[in-house]
Write a protein of this length. Structure first.
Length: 429
């Protein structure tokens, strides 16, 4: 059995740098727990001279990460670049083909190319580990693959993006605007300083949902277009209304099997204050699994930042060092089948609708007539006038309505000149 393992880390941003320090400072602990000696023999990043939390050993630095595989004898490679394609995909492919184990926190890469890379890993009898791609430090993927291996899971949902959860919590607790809450998240390092769009528009959460679906339901990663909405249009007045209704606003990622069809979605939800998920705040993530015979399982922890992510990477690292060669998605790839996709037009749910309108006679009746045309029944209606600028907010809670009806209704109603801007839609969960 091999005793010494050579390690390469590609990508030295916050996560890669933190991981480097973790491995360097815990070599003795790693040896005690696995019986293996580990050496970092190669590192790579765009900028050799960038200030980092450790001093870069230039003897092991590679400007071109692809050269590492040719020039060094590597046993385990950490890919911490984070792209869905390009150099991230190339270095992982090349490493696996050279029979190098790969560990990555890259949810975009796994969601897009997980099937292909999994096939390669199985063929070359190496591990492709990606625990850190979902839920930061929460061991959700290992729980599904190992702890709940014989359970029949039919629904997984939760808060899967710490950035969005922090922003929504900040808006609720302080009355901050979306812009100010985002700025604070950026200053604290919870959101990307440049362009945090992939967090805010739901894309990051959806990539995690796709990985969870594949593992929970033993299916191929779906390539279908899914319902995906972000938090950019939510305003402080929506939190005021949620408070009146005894609800909270959360961005949820949901995947479930409905009549053997896969229904994946990401969107802001109004959840009852007395539910578990409503009380997960700040940068925390939480995942709830429903299955048989286990019932309901809840896992919660920090989902963002280099600490929690490195914790998951180290978990994968020790698993590989102990010699646990596993199928990346828990089952042989030929057993995992393609899944039929649920038509989200048939999804039935109650809605929260907010219209910003000109405050003049007849506007409310125009909206209610329009809703009636598309068979959208009103459960509750609140009108809040703003006498200063002759505008008003109209908030409507609907009875259960088909997704297709609500989409058609809002698409046609937007042409009404008395409606000042695009209506806000939140789904009750």
């Amino acid at each position: 059995m091999k005793k010494i393992y050579n390690v390469a880390i590609v990508g030295l941003g916050q996560i890669g740098s933190y991981l480097y320090k973790e491995i360097s400072s815990k070599k003795k602990e790693i040896q005690n727990k696995t019986g293996k000696i580990v050496n970092i023999v190669a590192i790579s990043a765009k900028n050799k001279n960038k200030k980092r939390i450790f001093k870069v050993n230039k003897k092991i630095f590679f400007s071109n990460p692809l050269k590492i595989i040719n020039d060094k004898k590597i046993d385990i490679l950490f890919e911490c670049i984070g792209l869905s394609d390009g150099i991230s995909k190339k270095i992982v492919e090349k490493a696996i083909k050279k029979k190098v184990h790969v560990i990555t926190p890259n949810k975009a890469l796994i969601a897009k190319h997980g099937e292909h890379l999994s096939d390669l890993a199985v063929k070359n009898k190496v591990n492709l580990e990606f625990e850190a791609s979902v839920g930061g430090g929460i061991p959700i993927l290992r729980t599904i693959k190992e702890g709940l291996a014989t359970n029949s899971i039919y629904k997984v949902y939760g808060i899967l993006n710490g950035t969005c959860n922090y922003i929504l919590s900040e808006m609720e607790n302080t009355g901050s605007s979306f812009k100010n809450a985002l700025m604070k998240a950026q200053n604290l390092g919870y959101a990307e300083p440049g362009n945090p769009k992939l967090d805010l528009n739901g894309y990051d959460t959806l990539a995690k949902v796709k990985i969870l679906s594949a593992l929970a339901f033993n299916k191929k990663i779906s390539k279908s277009k899914c319902m995906m909405e972000g938090i950019e249009n939510i305003e402080s007045k929506d939190f005021d209304m949620a408070e009146q209704l005894n609800l909270r606003i959360k961005l949820l990622g949901v995947t479930e099997m409905i009549n053997n069809q896969l229904f994946e979605r990401v969107h802001p939800c109004l959840v009852k204050k007395n539910t578990y998920i409503a009380n997960v705040s700040g940068v925390m993530n939480a995942v709830i699994l429903e299955g048989k015979p286990v019932g309901e399982s809840v896992l919660q922890g920090e989902g963002a930042g280099p600490g929690p992510t490195s914790s998951a990477l180290m978990s994968d690292f020790l698993s590989v060092l102990r010699g646990n060669i596993k199928f990346p998605f828990g089952l042989p790839n030929n057993v995992r089948k393609k899944v039929k996709i649920y038509d989200d037009k048939n999804y039935i749910n109650s809605l929260y609708l907010r219209f910003e309108v000109k405050d003049k006679p007849g506007v409310l009746s125009q909206i209610t007539k329009h809703l009636a045309k598309y068979k959208i029944s009103i459960q509750r209606l609140i009108q809040i006038p703003n006498n200063t600028n002759k505008k008003a907010s109209i908030i409507i809670i609907t009875h259960s309505v088909k997704e297709n009806n609500s989409k058609k209704c809002l698409k046609s109603i937007i042409s009404n000149k008395n409606i000042i801007k695009k209506p806000v839609l939140l789904r009750l969960f």
